[in-house]
Design a protein around this ligand. Structure first.
Ligand code: MSP
Length: 506
């Protein structure tokens, strides 16, 4: 059995999750569900990033110890993922033992190899971004990324040699086209690698920050939060403590990340892996940002939209659908509730909902709800049905969720047109039973195929529909390849008409 190892970033627990976080996890979930349908053994990892200055300060502000604070906030992520049906296999918290030990193990290897050295350092630090800036990178003491004031620091710290790995990384990226996606991000990273890399500061003196994983070779220091967090991708799958699991799942197939944290994943991380003698992940995909008005939605800007509220109002399926349909994965987009409502009304209530409700209603009316005998596909649908599996496979491969849905909606709209063109009421009135049966069987097959394809996007709705269609097989037995087969709807089965799946929102 093929495997598929997919990861999301570990979310900082300094505040509650917002739309941006849910976006990555919904995308990862959708892809995981496609891969499971394709018969792969999926390992889907998500989790929380719990160390570092930012978390420490957030805890202080609440009057809590960092331990108490992370215990309080991490469950909010677990709850939201439950509410959004995120089917992860593993939830890693950087405060877990398996992770802390792996980080220390990696640090020991690098230290023993001479890739880590101690040096005096002076620079400017941005706490919200957990990033050091050297004077040459700055024209004023303001963070070039988030534009907030920087703090000046001078201290002894441990550094990781990056520069010596730069030629290797450039070569690797050039020889592995699929390593950084989309292409525009790959080019950005190659451009960034044209100039020498500053070595990465990987420690924080305990005197300044206690909240981190102690360095195994110097008790006066803890590990820099980014260096700690990146290692999660191997600590989750058993690097050094479970050889079999690690051998099975590493290299990861996809790291999904936002474009703001691409450099850590496409430069630091592969170099860290190279230094400890491990293969890089197959793909790092950087998606775009959800914006609200002018700026990126973020907890520090205070312009966040709470996913739980949207889910309570519009339902999880519609929310998931909207995020993956509205903007191409990889590009930025503006969030607005009115855009969400119009997607629900046009795509879900109108196109998809009507197709189901009308088809099942007609089957009830003309055939007492019983699926007629197998008939061959009608010409108007046949061509699209033939192309569909290949179109979807291509778009899945590229993580082009929007394209998957566009292609699927072409089929849905064709089927709706087929209903109108066929004038079933006329066929019934003139007792053309054979033509009516053929018409109905075609539509039932389209419903079967559409239900399979929408499942990764809207798992709950698809599961309900699958039951209504009385397909007889559970999701465990459904395979994605079933969409290329005609005639799997079992004749003689009695379906359940049910209620409209997505009522219009006024
Ligand atoms: N803890 C680090 C990641 C460590 S991974 C080893 C981190 N955490 S974060 O909580 O700040 O952000 C996590 C992810 O959420 C990032 O991929 C980021 O791009 C994404 N998003 C945060 N705000 C976002 C939007 N407004 N829109 C889309 N995604 C955004 O960085």
């Amino acid at each position: 059995m093929d495997k598929f190892y997919i990861t999301t970033p570990l979310y900082y627990v300094n505040a509650s999750p917002h739309i941006g976080h849910s976006y990555t996890n919904i995308a990862a979930d959708c892809l995981s569900r496609f891969m499971r349908l394709k018969g792969k053994e999926v390992y889907f990892l998500t989790g929380t990033d719990e160390h570092g200055q930012k978390i420490f300060r957030a805890a202080q502000q609440e009057g809590l110890s960092p331990e108490e604070f992370v215990e309080r906030v991490a469950p909010r992520f677990v709850d939201l993922w439950g509410r959004l049906s995120i089917s992860y296999n593993d939830f890693l918290r950087t405060t877990q033992d398996r992770h802390k030990k792996t980080v220390q193990y990696v640090l020991s290897i690098l230290y023993d190899k001479g890739d880590i050295y101690l040096a005096e350092y002076s620079g400017w630090y941005c706490t919200p971004c957990e990033t050091f800036w050297t004077p040459t990178q700055l024209s004023s003491p303001v963070c070039p990324d988030c534009k907030r004031p920087l703090e000046e620091l001078k201290e002894k710290n441990y550094f990781f040699h990056l520069e010596k790995y730069r030629p290797w990384l450039i070569n690797f990226i050039k020889n592995h086209n699929g390593f950084i996606k989309p292409v525009i991000r790959r080019n950005e990273i190659l451009k960034f690698l044209e100039t020498p890399l500053t070595d990465l500061c990987i420690s924080r003196p305990r005197a300044r920050l206690e909240w981190g994983i102690p360095l195994p070779f110097d008790a006066d220091y803890v590990t820099y939060v980014w260096f700690d967090a990146l290692i999660n991708y191997i600590s989750a799958v058993g690097y050094w403590y479970d050889e079999k699991k690690f051998g099975r799942f590493w290299p990861a197939d996809v790291h999904l990340v936002g474009k703001d944290i691409l450099r850590q994943h496409a430069v630091y991380w592969p170099i860290m892996l190279r230094a400890i003698g491990i293969e890089p992940p197959k793909t790092v995909f950087a998606h775009g940002w959800w914006m609200l008005g002018e700026g990126k939605m973020s907890k520090s800007k205070g312009n966040i939209v709470d996913p739980l509220e949207l889910v309570a109002t519009y339902g999880e399926d519609a929310y998931r659908y909207f995020l993956l349909r509205e903007i191409p994965f990889g590009q930025d987009g503006n969030f607005s509730e009115s855009a969400l409502i119009s997607r629900i009304n046009s795509d879900l209530a109108n196109d998809l909902g009507n197709l189901y409700f009308r088809t099942l209603g007609m089957l009830e009316k003309y055939f007492s709800g019983e699926i007629p005998a197998v008939y061959p596909p009608e010409r108007i649908l046949e061509e699209k049905l033939k192309k569909l599996p290949e179109e979807l496979d291509g778009a899945i491969e590229e993580l082009n969720f929007q394209q998957i849905l566009i292609s699927l909606w072409e089929l849905i709209n064709l089927a709706n047109k087929f209903i109108e063109d066929s004038r079933p009421w006329e066929l019934a009135r003139t007792k053309q039973k054979d033509r009516l049966s053929c018409f109905m069987y075609n539509l039932m097959e389209v419903l079967r195929i559409v239900t399979i394809c929408i499942y990764p996007f809207m798992p709950n709705c698809a599961q309900r529909l699958w039951k209504q269609l009385r397909q007889g097989r559970g999701w465990g037995e459904v395979n994605f390849a079933d969409i290329s087969q005609w005639g799997l709807s079992p004749p003689g089965t009695k379906i359940e008409k049910g209620q409209p799946i997505f009522p219009r929102i006024m």
